[in-house]
Design a protein around this ligand. Structure first.
Ligand SMILES: Nc1nc2c(ncn2[C@@H]2O[C@H](COP(=O)(O)OP(=O)(O)OP(=O)(O)O)[C@@H](O)[C@H]2O)c(=O)[nH]1
Length: 390
C-alpha cells in the first residue's frame, strides 16, 4: 500500500514590523531573532530600512545591499525622506526576486521578520510600501506588528493619535494587526489594556487630563473630537490583539508569538479569500484590457480592405508570435531570485550572470552568421579563450 503523503507544511508567517521612529522596531526584531534561535526555529530576516547605520543582527536580505541611500540622495538631489522612498521604490522593482528567494526557502524557515524604516509614512503611505506588503501577503500569511513606545503613550491624546495611526495602517494594508506595546520594563501597559477594553475608563482619563499641559480634556472642541473618535476606535479595537513586551528584557515575546499564530489563522480565514477575490478581479480586468487593445490593433492594421486582409492575417500571426516571445521573456524574468543578492548565496548568482553573458554572446554570433553554430565557436582554442576571459 502506498505511504500516506506527509502533511504539507504551512508557509511561514511574514511578520512586518511597523512603528514610529524610536518605538523599538529594530530592538524588537533583534529580540525575536534571539528568541527564535533559542527555540531552534531560526527566522529569515529582511531589512527594509535603507538609512539605518548599524543593524545588530544578521540579515538574510538587506535593502542596503541593493541600493545606496547616500548615493541615491546625492544623485537625485533628495532629502532624507525622499531618499528613503526612492530606495524603497528601487527595491520594489526587485520584489519578485525577493519572493522567489523566500519561496525557495519556505520549507526550511519558520518565520520571516521584516524591519521597516522609522519614517513610518515613507513605508506605509508609499506605493512601494504597498507593493512590498501586498507581494509578501500574496505568498505568505502576513501579519503587521505595530510597535508602540509605551512610555510615550500614557496621555489620552498621544494614545489616541497612536491608535488612529494604527487604524489607518490597518485599513491601508488590510492585513491582520497586532498592537505591540513595547518598553514595558520602563512603563507598564496596563493603562492601555484598560483604555482599549473599557470605554468609560478612557472617558475618565480624558476628563482627568483636563487642564494639564496638553489641555485636551474638558468641554472644548478637542474634548468632543476625542470623545467621538474614542467611540469609533472602540469598534476598531475588536479587530486587534494587544501584547505587552519589552524588547530589552524579552518579557512578553512568547505572548507575541501566540498572537501571531492566532493572526495567521485569521489571515487564512478572512484575508486570503478576500485577497484572492481581489486578485481574480484584477486579472480578469487585465485580460479584458489586453483583448480590447488587441482588437484595436487588428482594426488599425485592417485599413485598406480585402487586399490588405491577407497581409493583415500575416501581421496578426506575427503579433501572436511576438506575444509569445514577450510572455516567454516575462516568465524567464520571473525565475526565482535572479539578480537579487541574498546574503548567503550571492556567489551562485554571479556564476549564473556570467553564464548568461556568454550564452548571449554566442547567440548574437550565431544570429549574425546564420542558423548553424559558427565554426569559430566549435574551435577548441576559441572556447578556451572564452573561458579564460570569463
Ligand atoms: N527601556 C527600553 N528601551 C528600549 C526597548 N526597546 C528599544 N528601546 C530603546 O529605544 C531606542 C530606539 O530603539 P530602536 O530599536 O532603534 O527603535 P527603531 O524603532 O528601530 O528606531 P528607528 O528605526 O530609528 O525608527 C533605543 O535606545 C533602544 O535601546 C525596550 O523594550 N525597553
Amino acid at each position: 500500500m502506498a505511504e500516506p503523503a506527509a502533511p504539507k507544511k504551512s508557509p511561514p508567517p511574514a511578520i512586518i514590523c511597523i512603528g514610529m521612529a524610536g518605538s523599538g522596531k529594530t530592538t524588537f526584531v533583534q529580540r525575536l531573532n534571539a528568541h527564535l534561535h533559542e527555540k531552534k526555529r531560526p527566522p529569515y530576516i529582511v531589512n527594509l530600512d535603507p538609512a539605518v547605520k548599524n543593524v545588530p543582527f544578521e540579515r538574510n536580505i538587506d535593502i542596503r545591499d541593493s541600493v545606496n541611500y547616500r548615493e541615491v540622495m546625492a544623485q537625485y538631489n533628495l532629502g532624507p525622506n525622499g531618499g528613503i522612498m526612492t530606495c524603497l521604490n528601487l527595491f520594489a522593482t526587485k520584489i519578485d526576486q525577493v519572493l522567489g528567494i523566500l519561496e525557495k526557502r519556505q520549507d526550511s524557515i519558520t518565520s520571516i521578520l521584516v524591519d521597516t524604516p522609522g519614517q513610518i509614512e515613507c513605508f506605509v503611505w508609499s506605493a512601494s510600501g504597498a507593493i512590498i506588503t501586498d507581494a509578501l501577503a500574496s505568498s505568505f500569511p502576513a501579519v503587521v506588528a505595530y510597535i508602540i513606545d509605551t512610555p510615550r503613550t500614557t496621555s489620552p491624546a498621544t494614545f489616541m493619535s497612536n491608535m488612529l495611526y494604527a487604524c489607518s495602517i490597518l485599513y491601508k494594508t488590510k492585513l491582520p494587526m497586532i498592537l505591540v506595546f513595547n518598553k514595558t520594563d520602563a512603563q507598564d501597559a496596563g493603562f492601555a489594556k484598560e483604555w482599549m477594553t473599557d470605554f468609560e475608563a478612557f472617558q475618565r482619563a480624558l476628563r482627568e487630563s483636563e487642564g494639564n499641559e496638553e489641555g485636551v480634556g474638558g468641554s472644548g472642541y478637542m474634548a468632543s473630537l476625542l470623545n467621538s473618535m474614542s467611540l469609533m476606535l472602540d469598534e476598531f479595537y475588536k479587530h486587534l490583539d494587544l501584547v505587552a513586551v519589552s524588547a530589552m528584557t524579552g518579557a512578553g515575546i512568547d505572548d507575541f508569538m501566540k498572537a501571531v499564530e492566532g493572526k495567521c489563522a485569521e489571515y487564512e480565514r478572512d484575508y486570503r479569500p478576500e485577497m484572492e477575490r481581489a486578485r481574480a478581479k484584477r486579472d480578469e480586468q487585465r485580460v479584458k484590457e489586453k483583448e480590447k487593445e488587441l482588437d484595436r490593433l487588428m482594426k488599425d492594421m485592417d485599413v485598406d480592405g480585402a487586399s490588405s486582409s491577407r497581409s493583415g492575417r500575416k501581421k496578426s500571426v506575427k503579433v501572436e508570435e511576438e506575444q509569445g516571445v514577450l510572455s516567454d521573456l516575462e516568465s524567464s524574468d520571473e525565475e526565482a531570485g535572479q539578480g537579487m543578492l541574498e546574503r548567503d548565496d550571492d556567489e551562485g548568482a554571479m556564476d549564473e550572470e556570467e553564464e548568461g553573458l556568454q550564452g548571449r554572446y554566442e547567440r548574437t554570433l550565431m544570429e549574425s552568421t546564420g542558423d548553424s553554430i559558427p565554426e569559430v565557436l566549435q574551435d577548441e582554442s576559441f572556447r578556451r579563450y572564452m573561458n579564460a576571459n570569463k
